[in-house]
Design a protein around this ligand. Structure first.
Ligand SMILES: C[S@@+](CC[C@H](N)C(=O)[O-])C[C@H]1O[C@@H](n2cnc3c(N)ncnc32)[C@H](O)[C@@H]1O
Ligand code: SF4
Length: 401
């Protein structure tokens, strides 16, 4: 007989929690172009004055896919993710060609998750049906704020009405959708964020990404902050905003399963779970990263970031890789902790020890647990608590030391 829990899970799709013995294999495709550069963003995104030759990019992406497939024979693709940049600037035909090329190189799970990141301008919303027809079954929309003045300050090219419309259209076309918001924005109060997040919960489906604004090096926001022209919430207010985020999202049925990602049970992003559970993924396109397991061990791969240089390299060498290096046991252990401790489900101590060839120091664990930052269960899983989450980086550094 099914328990209430298994019944509840079966209603929301395949539960994949704590299934990190086999995190699976995914393919990441990077589209490096945007209509404008947002002042906070340090992703590999570029603005071009002339139209992009999508046919040339498709040929190069095909070449890279064949190159990675040769190193990963026998894998089955669990997820495909079109990230950017702004993939919703790609023609649906371009997306279709890339999905077809993935299917020609690997077998693909029948219910593989195929996500595309979209910006909510009206032109891009007009392409949503085309993406669905191409095989995309999950849309991730960059809403960022539900406040027109703040959208302007973030350099966004859409307003709240367009964002709401994009989410509604996505909900009517795609089986799954998510959207992103950025909080701890300049001048944001707890009251304003609470009200905004409550509005967002009404629009949300099964998944929400709620990112705390980070001032990244070499961005316009960093220059403004250094010049004293931009003030963001201090650590104390940021903590209050983080706690409010957890409270509102959880009580609305979207608890955090990762530092910034919230979902109903079973509705987590399968693609991102592959990264965080330290699975295997091939990355193609400019500035894409990969982690592949070869007979000689796990390797770190990365491609040329500059779009036109990447194109030229792929056209002459058949791949755009500028890094393809073995990872030492110690590096694998560090990466495993860095990724896995982001997840609420935490990490399996035995898997850390198998990957890294070293044991975690019990004293270190006990000290962090005594401070309430982490907890360990009887099966040897270590988790970062809500109290510890904002201190994640230093907790990982302590454990890895
Ligand atoms: C690849 S980016 C953007 C995808 C898409 N181009 C867009 O802007 O909607 C993915 C997400 O990262 C988040 N993000 C980017 N830069 C950030 C920053 N400096 N601080 C916090 N979140 C950020 C945004 O929420 C964004 O939607
Ligand atoms: S936030 Fe998105 S739209 Fe803005 S520059 Fe970065 S990738 Fe492009």
């Amino acid at each position: 007989m099914k328990t209430i829990e298994t019944l509840a899970r079966s209603q929301v799709g395949a539960p994949r929690r704590a299934d990190d013995a086999d995190p699976g294999f995914g393919v990441y495709v990077h589209w490096p172009f945007c209509l404008a550069k947002c002042p906070y963003c340090d992703f590999n995104s570029h603005v071009r004055a002339t139209p992009i030759d999508e046919g040339r990019f498709v040929s190069a992406l095909r070449a890279e896919l064949a190159h990675r497939a040769a190193a990963t024979r026998g894998r089955t693709v669990r997820s495909i993710f079109f990230g950017g940049g702004t993939p919703s600037l790609m023609r649906p035909q371009t997306v279709q060609s890339v999905i077809d090329a993935i299917g020609a190189n690997w077998s693909v799970e029948a219910d593989a998750e195929i996500t595309l990141e979209a910006n909510p301008t009206s032109v891009e919303t007009g392409r949503f049906r085309g993406y669905r027809a191409a095989g995309v079954n999950r849309l991730s929309i960059g809403v960022q704020a539900l406040d027109d003045a703040d959208l302007k300050a973030l350099g966004r090219r859409h307003n709240v009405a367009e964002a709401v419309e994009a989410v509604r259209i996505a909900a009517s076309i795609f089986p799954r959708y998510s959207f992103d918001l950025i909080y701890a924005r300049p001048g944001q109060t707890e009251k304003a964020w609470r009200a905004e997040l409550r509005e967002a919960m009404k629009l949300a489906g099964e998944h929400l990404s709620l990112y705390q604004l980070t001032i990244e090096p070499d961005t316009i926001f960093e220059r403004l902050r250094r010049a004293g022209k931009l003030t963001i919430p201090d650590d104390e207010l940021a903590r209050v905003l983080f706690d409010a985020t957890q409270e509102i999202a959880e009580s609305g049925g979207l608890p955090a399963y990762e530092v910034s990602n919230h979902a109903r049970l079973g509705a987590e992003s399968r693609h991102n779970l592959i990264y965080w559970r330290y699975g295997e993924y091939a990355g193609v396109g400019p500035g894409a990263h990969g982690r592949l397991v070869t007979p000689e061990g796990r390797r770190a791969l990365a491609t040329e970031k500059h779009p036109e240089m990447w194109l030229t390299q792929v056209e002459s060498e058949g791949h755009g890789l500028v890094e393809n290096a073995p990872l030492s046991a110690e590096e694998q252990g560090d990466e495993f902790l860095l990724m896995g401790l982001r997840l609420r489900e935490g990490v399996d101590r035995a898997r850390f020890e198998a990957l890294s060839g070293r044991r975690l120091k019990q004293r270190q664990i006990d000290d962090l647990a005594a401070e309430g930052f982490i907890e360990e269960d009887e099966k040897g899983r270590i988790r970062v608590t809500n109290v510890g989450m904002p201190l994640l980086d230093s907790i990982v550094a302590d454990l890895a030391a």
